[in-house]
Design a protein around this ligand. Structure first.
Ligand code: PLP
Length: 368
């Protein structure tokens, strides 16, 4: 590997610092022994701090989608309201249908966020016993106001609130306990900036009650098994030890850098940097604009619309960024491939690195 850090801005997987990757080289330990228990004990407090919860944080050897399926299997009794405004929130609906649940899909145009009042109405008419959504919809760069929506969902006594926080948690505020999230999940390769392969999740006490009453939770994604194990500082199945070594190193780094709030602030500064570039600087001169409106933009991924009818197309811009400057960014997702580009400024990136990327982006779009 010769590429220096600070060139890889895909909206996941995120660039991994060499020292974090290196931590994986530690030797294997017995996964049922005292050493693994000690490792899980060391991970406990920093993970809870990142999730802002008093509940244990489950660590699963799966990508984030595994815990999305766990959310459905353990949280939906019969009927689920899926709030869909992009590919990842859509995935929740697909999983629910594949798991035999009745799905009420509420779809809004790409680039828009769901608002609490809208969800109140949808909940009334749907009769659902659970709601799914993606906090930061990575395909469009939209940040849904999940704290406001939580108030509406929790006003209903028996509706579980299931949140994909894959590109928000670790990069922007997610208050698991204070907001009353029933299940919240993320993956290792997004704002935590670890290699892919781990997913983390937290269940509320009422989510665990719901899960216990559901007979078809399956085996690998049974949250009761994860909950029982972690309370004994174990995992139900062989943990991905090497990734957990990297996790420990990363959580120490986050603590040493001042904690999760400092990490949020750095991500917010990166979001603001792109906003200023698009509103007042080269981005404005080149005719770029945001897909999501102000106030509903993810702190970890900026989805920018290229000038309509212009020569710069998302796929080509992403390719040229690599070919000319060695930067990896995301083209638009799905139908938005050529209409937009996505800059994943999450994990351990800094405003200074982003600054250099924006300079390269200006050159690429100018010469398209
Ligand atoms: C990346 C992503 C996922 C899926 O994660 P995998 O780890 O690939 O399973 C789910 N939701 C969102 C919002 C994502 O960005």
């Amino acid at each position: 590997m010769t590429t220096p850090f600070g060139k890889f801005f895909l909206p996941g997987p995120t660039e991994v610092l060499p020292e974090v990757a290196k931590a994986q080289e530690q030797p294997m330990i017995g996964h049922r022994g005292a050493k693994t228990e000690a490792l899980l004990a060391r991970l406990d407090e920093p993970l809870k701090a990142a999730f802002r919860t008093k509940q244990p944080v489950y660590i699963a050897a799966t990508s984030a989608t595994g815990l999305m399926e766990a959310a459905i299997r353990n949280g939906v009794r019969k009927k689920v309201l899926c709030l869909v405004n992009g590919s990842f929130s859509e995935r929740f609906a697909k999983i629910a249908a594949a798991c035999g649940k009745e799905v009420v899909k509420a779809e809004i145009p790409l680039g828009q966020a769901f608002e609490a009042d809208q969800v109140r109405g949808l909940l009334e008419t749907s009769g659902a016993d659970a709601v799914t959504l993606a906090h930061s919809e990575t395909s469009t760069g939209v940040l849904n106001p999940i704290a406001d929506i939580a108030k509406v969902v929790l006003a209903k006594p028996d509706v579980m609130y299931l949140v994909d926080a894959v590109t928000s948690l670790g990069g922007s505020p997610v208050e698991t306990d204070a907001w009353g999230l029933d299940f919240v999940l993320t993956g290792s390769q997004k704002a935590f900036a670890l290699p892919p392969g781990l997913a983390f999740g937290v269940a509320s006490p009422r989510m665990l009650e719901r899960a216990k009453a559901l007979p078809d939770r399956g085996i690998y994604l049974d949250l009761i098994a994860y909950d029982t194990a972690i309370r004994k500082r174990q995992t139900p199945y062989t943990p991905a030890l090497s990734l957990m070594y990297a996790l420990e190193t990363q959580l120490c780094r986050i603590g040493d850098a001042g904690g999760i709030e400092r990490r949020w602030e750095r991500h917010n500064a990166m979001r603001e940097r792109v906003e200023r570039w698009v509103a007042k600087e080269a981005g404005a001169r080149l005719g770029l604009s945001y897909l999501p409106r102000e106030g509903r933009r993810s702190w970890t991924v900026s989805c920018l619309k290229l000038p309509e009818g212009g020569k710069a197309l998302g796929g080509a811009v992403a390719k040229a960024m690599d070919a000319k400057f060695g930067y990896t960014i995301g083209a638009g997702y799905g139908n938005l491939k050529d209409a937009t580009i996505r800059i994943g400024h999450m994990g351990d990136h800094t405003v200074a690195e982003l600054e250099a990327l924006l300079g390269a982006l200006e050159e690429v779009i100018k010469s398209a």
